[in-house]
Design a protein around this ligand. Sequence first.
Ligand code: CS2
Length: 551
Amino acid sequence: MPHITEAPLRLSNANLPKFTQAETTPAYDRTNLKHGIVHVGVGGFHRAHLAVYVDRLLSQFSANDWSICGVGLTPFDAAMRDALQPQDHLYTVIERSARGSSAQIIGSISDYIFAPGNEEAVIAKMADKDTHIVSLTITESGYYYNESTHELDVSHPNIQFDLTGDGPPRTTYGYLTAALARRYKAGLRPFTVMSCDNMQKNGSISRNMLLAFARLKEPNMAAWLSENGAFPNSMVDRITPRTVDEDKHGLKQQFGIEDAWPVVTEPFMQWVLEDNFSDGRPQFEDVGVQVVPTVRDVEQFELMKLRLLNGGHVAMGYLASLAGFTYVHEVIADPLFSQYLNDLWYEEVKPLLPSIPGVDVDHYIQTLHSRFSNPTLKDEVARICLGGSGKMPQFILPSIAEQIESRGPIGRLTLCVAAWFRYLSGVDENGKTYKIDDPMAKELQILAREGGASPNSLLSVQTLFGDDLRYDGRFVREITMAMRTLDRRGARKTLEKSYTKLFTNTACTQSTHHVVDRDTAHSVRGVKDVIRGPSSMARGVSHGPWLDRYH
Ligand code: CS2
């Protein structure tokens, strides 16, 4: 690992030629770029994903019309502005694996507008003729999508404000609609709205929600947008932990780069993108994006990724948080938790997935296991527990509903919902308090405390559970039992009770699929008896309540 002896240098255009330890630095003229893309929500994920693909386009294909202008809509985004502006919007992507770390300096974001106080500048930028795509990473809750009715949450105060108020917009739809109305009047084409959020049919949801909003606010423009707009669906993937101070220090010491806000990520990166654009697009396929012709081609990848990767994160996250784990790789190295996750994947999620030509789901699951096991990434359990109200309806509840429909097993999926309910109390099993970071935190926390070991109060939230789940006798029975067991025994003991027998009886009889490449070798050590197909216990009890014999 290189260690720098000279003084570290602050990132800036002028210093770029001096960063000799970086694997790549922008080799293009950053003064000669147009903002073909305006991106709303510049966080770690965007900077490790779309911005990296665009950086490749700029370096390798001189795609100068496609640089990114970042936009931050919330007051919290001031921190990103303050980090990026003084360093000419350059930043470093630190890739970490068993092989070590590498640093790439990324230059594709060439401007940043902090919206509060500069609302007009954001609208003007989106409306500019050089802007062809507005991309979004605004989290699940940024879409104001009612999971139960599949409609825009029109009654939300922010949406109401943007529909009826005179003030500057508060929601993404407020900005998009204002900018699109200008383009409509100016005779320009609508920009493509490209969602890069983890949602099933992210493009279709963006389309339906924005059109619902626009029909109420700008009906003429809405008709034009409906006819001429484009909202590609996509599956996006790259695990991107929160940056901590240690990452900044490490970057200075190892690579001589002083960066106010680098991004840490894994080597893996994937983007499956529907080829549906209203005002042109860069040749994303030239830089490793899987551009596919129709929404159907994206759907199956999306489903696999959201239900297995994101669902897996949610499933382990709340139980692990209650049990006091800090990092994801520690959870996966614990045989009990690993077995739980493995059984959830194989028994309760995989059977629901369509087969994708050329994709081996078992291999995909093993890859996830090894990605989650990466100890160099230090992905925090707290991160994967953020925003559960947006994640549960996307990643977990649909699997439960589908399993109920086909009379399949739901024990592990249900235990994860129970763990979330217990987590919402805000106190872990060691009595440690933590903040619930969720747009619905206030109301959910009140309901969690009111409900105690009973799920009924939380199940009454119709927007999350719809009518089919909250009135489903089997689900309600299982979650009630799961919550009681969790309450009495805690997360680890609940799992221990479920698995002690299984481990002694079946550990030798299961076929084991080990992942053996260099990058993932860490995953094999310590958990080698755990990565395998579904357990016999799971097969044996799959149609009965999973936890009832522990009562
Ligand atoms: C995580 C994702 O917090 C979460 O929802 O599951 O951020 C996950 O790391 C990414 O979707 C990976 O592509």
